[in-house]
Design a protein around this ligand. Structure first.
Ligand code: SAH
Length: 411
């Protein structure tokens, strides 16, 4: 276990003395409590902070504006933490923020129903660069900023105190760490690592989670509520779950007595785990066809074979990593959805998602409208999906809103 809280307290007291001056005219976002300051908005520094230090941001006249993490390698040079000058951003500040975030998830975790969720969601939970996911009695953390990296001994200690987890795994393998000048890591922070598969419960369903080898920190808990909503329509239906990963939508549909589910994912590990999860929940494996395949190719193949479905789920990975990639991504989403619509029986349902933050709901509806025109179909939007409460959207940080979806009835 890493420790060194005393050293951290010293570091904070010292570093908070360094001032970073903002350029004139760049104050608006800061006063509106947006947590990012881009390097281009900085006038100068009074001193030389190390990357990850906490500094004092002032306006160009030297008046206090906020405290934040500093990093000169990142385009986001400052990640703001606190706007009240009288509040000292020390170890206790971080402990209190972690505690508030963990406590806010209490009502989501229901014994015998759900024991997995996101406990901390970075900027949206006032802790820039920290993600903590709970998998039953195990935790997975991702650390994406150098400032948070320095605070990790305190964060880990607080998580231990609050939750007494059996293991904590550092799954900081996101490429975004390189923007902050950090290496990726994939290592247990506790003496006992998590088992190869941790068993969790979500919506009363059992899942095997492979924290070390799985995607993200092991599971996409952001689809918890949306899986339930899609499954409400699945009784007796023939379902196609595209980009199925370990079976989130598949299992929920089986739980609600789907007639059959075909699940498609390009990851063999995901498809293997999906079949494990089918058995784990005592569902009839004969109802499930799990294909390790590229979705675009598979959809075209189904079309050639004349295969049709009552419900098609499309939950692809992020197609637009940034705003500049939006046009290209919109075309990819349109094509995917056109193919999905063509496979539906008349009046069938398309549950389609985008986890690209750069694509907003309005644009996504437009993409669906284009797809419908191209497919020669008529579409009713009957439900709008969003991210669940353990992925909050902070009003001063719209960038935290990324997951959206539409349930469409297709004629
Ligand atoms: N629906 C899932 C989460 C999907 S995440 C759930 O509820 O848990 C996106 C998935 O798409 C990942 O599992 C990834 O392996 C898969 N994927 C990415 N590109 C793909 C492609 N071209 N064809 C098939 N699967 C793909």
């Amino acid at each position: 276990m890493r420790s060194g809280t005393l050293a951290i307290r010293r570091m904070l007291t010292f570093a908070a003395m360094i001032d970073v001056l903002l350029k004139k005219g760049k104050e608006k976002a800061v006063t509106q409590r947006h947590p990012w300051v881009f390097s281009g908005a900085i006038e100068r520094l009074k001193g030389k902070p190390a990357n990850g230090d906490i500094v004092r941001l002032t306006d160009s006249g030297g008046k206090f504006m906020a405290y934040g993490f500093y990093n000169d390698q990142s385009r986001v040079a400052l990640r703001l933490l606190e706007w009240d000058e009288s509040i000292i951003v020390n170890e206790d500040w971080f402990r209190a923020a972690v505690k508030a975030s963990v406590i806010s998830r209490s009502s989501l975790l229901v014994e015998g129903i759900t024991n997995t969720c996101r406990l901390v969601f970075s900027e949206s939970d006032y802790l820039p660069g920290l993600i903590v996911d709970k998998y039953a009695d195990h935790l997975a953390v991702q650390v994406l900023t150098s400032g948070m990296e320095k605070m990790m001994p305190v964060i880990i200690d607080e998580l231990q105190t609050l939750l007494k987890p059996e293991s904590i795994f550092d799954k900081s393998d996101a490429s975004s760490r390189s923007h902050e000048g950090m290496e990726t890591t994939n290592v247990s922070l506790t003496l006992n690592p998590p088992p190869e598969f941790v068993e969790v419960l979500e919506n009363g369903l059992r899942y095997h989670i492979n924290i070390a080898e799985g995607q993200k920190s092991g599971f996409y808990c952001d689809q918890r509520e949306n899986r339930k909503i899609v499954a409400m329509h699945a009784k007796g239906k023939k379902v196609l779950d595209c980009f199925s990963y370990t079976g989130g939508f598949t299992l929920n549909c089986l739980q609600n007595a789907a007639g059959s589910v075909t699940s498609v994912d390009s990851s063999a590990l995901a498809v293997d785990t999906l079949m494990q999860n089918v058995t784990l929940n005592n569902f009839d494996p004969a109802k499930v066809t799990a294909l390790t395949s590229d979705v675009n190719k598979q959809l075209r193949k189904f079309r050639e074979e004349g295969e049709t479905f009552d419900i098609v789920v499309l939950d692809p990975p992020k197609y637009a990593p940034s705003r500049s990639a939006l046009d290209k991504a919109a075309r990819a989403y349109k094509d995917l959805n056109r193919l999905g619509m063509l496979l539906l029986n008349k009046g069938g349902l398309l549950a389609t998602f985008s986890c690209s933050g750069a694509m907003n709901m309005e644009t996504f509806k437009q993409v669906l409208a284009w797809a419908a025109l191209d497919a020669g179909k008529q579409v009713q939007f009957i439900h709008q999906f969003c991210q669940p409460e353990d992925h909050p959207v902070r009003s001063s940080f719209p960038e935290g809103e990324y997951l959206k979806g539409l349930l469409c009835r297709v004629f």
